[in-house]
Design a binder for this molecule. Structure first.
Ligand code: PHE
Ligand code: NA
Length: 452
């Protein structure tokens, strides 16, 4: 069954894909990874990977989605059938659905932390508090399964409501309102950070390329992040691509998605590090950068409670627009395959993800040690879930690159891409050879982690 649905405007796919791309990956993960890996050199590798691997795969994934005009699972089945390709390629659709499912389950829990901090900030309860009190409050949050579960439930419910309202009213309507608002908030927070914080230190941290700071681990981390940040390799972009106007340019759109995503990560990094350095704090705090270091900094700054609250609203909004892109591929498949109504399909996906989210919730408290996964892999159950997605996303990206590069016919790709021979050749070279090699390197990082 072909879905005849298309986004309302030629540019809506760009808006939706940027909504998917810009999320916790930009605001939370990018700054802390840059902080841990020495700043500038990390960012250089990250930008190179985005350009040479991310954009070509982004084009490939969008192309597959638009060409099939179906949800990722049905689309891959359709394309392998019509191209006489091995049905093994269908694993792309299934792996993507599995990845979307797992990512949403923990993404929602982490977004829930931002809900908690929005409350803490606006209520002024952190204003002037000591560093110990603030980091203690993070530990208290993580130690409370009930609180984590409540935030997780609210966040995933709201995401589900938006997707349940359909691609036009729900997703497009939500994005058209949220994206400009989020950008405005980011500009305000950045302006504040540059004025009250230490802008010079933040600039030199992010843009001084000191390669001695960068380990091989950092290299691989940068490449992995470039997949996560562009929402690649798991069907979200493919599902949105299925609704993309045939008139919109694949290459130009992919370029803009990557450019805006990178710009936003850099703006967030500048804002956060200006505020953190301005308060005399350290950059390399890991995942606690946003939830401990930054609140400590806000607590001591003029207007910090309000601006801190506004900042966490931005985090929630950005996470929401990504979460809806994680629901869409699976929900669209349930609708196509089992003729379910959209609300029922979304409800099913959301309830199951919510339940899997319990694993993440408990991993920070009751299951923080002594579980089966600790015994087998030396990791918490949450770390195992994250590890699985760290494999599924690059692997999905690799297969998408190979499928688009080797299996789709040249004429078909040229027709979809509607670009010059030169750009086509460059793209083909990148997806056939460069992207697969790069992904192999990403695995160098993930595979040894099995031993913990
Ligand atoms: N790109 C999102 C971010 O940066 C995360 C994401 C990954 C969203 C995969 C959808 C699919 O936060
Ligand atoms: Na991102």
């Amino acid at each position: 069954m072909t879905s005849s649905k298309v986004w309302t405007h030629k540019g809506t796919f760009l808006l939706a894909a940027v909504g998917s791309a810009v999320g916790l990956g930009n605001l939370w993960r990018f700054p802390y990874l840059a902080g841990e890996n020495g700043g500038g050199a990390f960012i250089l590798i990250y930008a190179l990977t985005i350009a040479m691997v991310g954009i070509p795969i982004l084009i490939a994934e969008t192309l597959i989605g638009r060409n099939s005009r179906r949800s990722p699972i049905m689309g891959m089945a359709h394309l392998t059938r019509t191209h006489g390709a091995s049905s093994a390629w269908r694993v792309i659709g299934w792996m993507g659905a599995a990845a979307a499912f797992i990512i949403l389950s923990f993404y929602s829990v982490i977004a829930g932390w931002a809900v908690h901090y929005t409350g803490l900030m606006f209520s002024g309860s952190l204003a002037g508090a000591s560093a110990e009190t603030i980091s203690g409050s993070f530990d208290t949050l993580l130690g409370s399964p009930g609180l984590l579960l409540a935030y997780h439930s609210v966040f995933i419910l709201v995401s589900g409501l938006i997707v349940g309202m359909g691609i036009h009213k729900g997703i497009e309507g939500g994005l058209r309102f949220m994206m400009p608002a989020l950008f405005l908030i980011l500009v305000i927070v950045l302006g504040y950070g540059l004025v009250v914080g230490d802008a010079a230190a933040a600039f030199s941290f992010l843009f001084t390329f000191n390669f001695d700071d960068l380990s091989l681990e950092g290299w691989l981390e940068a490449m992995g992040q470039s997949f996560f940040t562009l929402s690649l390799g798991m069907g979200a972009i493919m599902a949105y691509g299925a609704y993309m106007s045939s008139e919109a340019s694949l290459t130009r759109t992919a370029f803009w998605i990557a450019a805006v995503d990178t710009l936003i990560a850099l703006m967030a990094g500048l804002a956060i590090f200006a505020i953190v350095f301005g308060s005399g704090l350290e950059a390399g705090q890991g995942p606690g950068l946003m939830f401990v270091t930054l609140p400590i900094a806000f607590a001591g700054l003029p207007g910090g409670a309000i601006l801190g609250g506004v900042f966490f609203v931005l985090v929630i909004g950005a996470a929401l627009t990504s979460a809806i892109s994680l629901i869409e591929p699976v929900a669209a498949w349930l609708v196509e395959r089992f003729s379910m109504s959209r609300p029922a399909a979304v409800a099913l996906m959301v309830v199951l993800c919510w339940a899997l989210g319990l694993v993440t919730v408990l991993s920070f408290n009751l299951w923080s040690e002594g579980t089966l996964t600790h015994e087998l892999f030396g990791k918490s159950p949450f770390d195992v879930l994250e590890f699985i997605t760290n494999i599924l996303m690059p692997l999905g990206g690799l297969l998408i690159a190979l499928f688009a590069g080797w299996t789709l016919s040249r004429n078909e790709v040229l027709r979809e891409m509607n670009t010059s021979e030169g750009w086509f050749k460059l793209w083909q070279f990148l997806v056939r050879f460069v992207a697969p090699t790069a992904v192999a390197f990403v695995f160098l990082r993930t595979i040894p982690q099995v031993e913990g």
